[in-house]
Design a protein around this ligand. Structure first.
Ligand SMILES: [Ca+2]
Ligand SMILES: [Ca+2]
Length: 65
């Protein structure tokens, strides 16, 4: 399993093969503050190539390359 795959699976907490804005947001929580819904959605839409507002593994792999 690649590092990317492992990272993807860590973010995809319900293991449905897609990262949603909610899952992404949860993965980004920092001790000193929360990532806003708008920020999480904005990042997801940057990585989202096919417009379904979820990140599949191909989109993720491209985004983090
Ligand atoms: Ca998911
Ligand atoms: Ca997508």
């Amino acid at each position: 399993m690649s590092d990317k795959r492992a990272a993807f699976d860590r973010i995809d907490t319900d293991n449905d093969g897609f990262i949603t804005a909610d899952e992404f947001k949860a993965s980004l929580q920092t001790p000193d503050g929360k990532v806003s819904d708008a920020n999480a959605a904005a990042i997801v839409s940057m990585a989202d190539d096919n417009g379904d507002r979820r990140i599949d593994f191909d989109e993720y792999a491209k985004f983090v390359r």
